[in-house]
Design a protein around this ligand. Structure first.
Ligand code: FPP
Length: 256
């Protein structure tokens, strides 16, 4: 028999396979994303860095829609780290405006899609306009029971862990807790993420392959997925590729 390779047919088959796999029910419930590469996306186009952040912000809305479509329950996005304060003031100021801009533009759509907005990180250090718009979004979506859009704002995992240790120590000192009661479950309750399951899948865009102080405790058994695409270019097909690759993983949690 004559075997001829037809590349376009092969591609179609691969795409169909992806779609079939996504129909299975072992999709990740909690997806966390390090949205990296906004600056390089802009530079490649001869644009200022803030244009990359703006495009990245608009992409958040697309990714929320795709997460919702694929029955993801929690989407945690790393929007601003405790280390990002080191950036030039003009960039920090712009990044601090993005949550407000995002919510001004997309909150009605989020409400319509039954999305619940939450945050992790130390909101006390945020400028008042950022804090107010985030607080309002949390309140207006608090009774929604669809996808949780969990925005990590002024978040740093080491800071989170140190704060948790201080709170545990305070509770011991005031006789509200004994040392014998400390275990992983209890410690978990002192973290920003106490109400959330650990991430099943963590995605990082832009070719970098590190955690950058994101969810260090919570990602002990998380599956990682990396792509060279910059965050503004991270689209539906890449997201669904990440989800279908996740479905192929065997999670053993140290067992066999
Ligand atoms: C990292 O790319 C990205 C950030 C520090 C900001 C991410 C923020 C958004 C995508 C928008 C936030 C949206 C909401 C809803 C709050 P980089 O600037 O480090 O890129 P580079 O490594 O190419 O310079």
């Amino acid at each position: 028999m004559l075997l001829i390779k037809l590349p376009f047919l092969n591609k179609k088959t691969a795409d169909q396979t992806n779609k079939q796999k996504l129909k299975q029910d072992n999709l990740p419930e909690h997806v966390a994303i390090i949205m990296d590469g906004n600056g390089r996306w802009a530079k490649r186009r001869g644009l200022p860095r803030f244009a990359g952040h703006k495009q990245g912000m608009d992409n958040v809305k697309n990714i929320v829609r795709i997460a919702n479509k694929n029955k993801v329950k929690i989407l945690t996005l790393y929007a601003f780290s405790t280390e990002n304060w080191k950036r030039p003031k003009s960039e920090v100021d712009y990044l601090m405006k993005l949550p407000m801009e995002f919510l001004n533009t997309y909150l009605p759509e989020m409400i319509k899609e039954n999305v619940r907005i939450q945050t992790i990180g130390d909101c006390n250090e945020l400028p008042i306009h950022t804090r107010k718009s985030v607080q309002e979004a949390k309140e207006r979506t608090s009774s929604n029971n669809g996808l949780i859009l969990n925005i990590a704002l002024n978040y740093g995992s080491r800071y989170e862990i140190i704060q948790a240790i201080k709170d545990v120590a305070t509770d011991i000192k005031s006789d509200n807790l004994s040392i014998d009661e400390i275990d992983e479950t209890l410690f978990n309750d002192y973290l920003y993420t106490k109400h959330l399951r650990d991430p099943d899948l963590l995605i990082r865009t832009s070719g970098e392959q590190r955690l950058s102080n994101f969810l260090l405790w919570q990602s002990a058994y998380t599956e990682f997925w990396f792509t060279d695409a910059y965050w503004p270019d991270f689209d539906e097909s890449l997201f669904e590729k990440a989800l279908s690759d996740y479905q192929q993983r065997k999670r053993r949690y140290g067992g066999i």
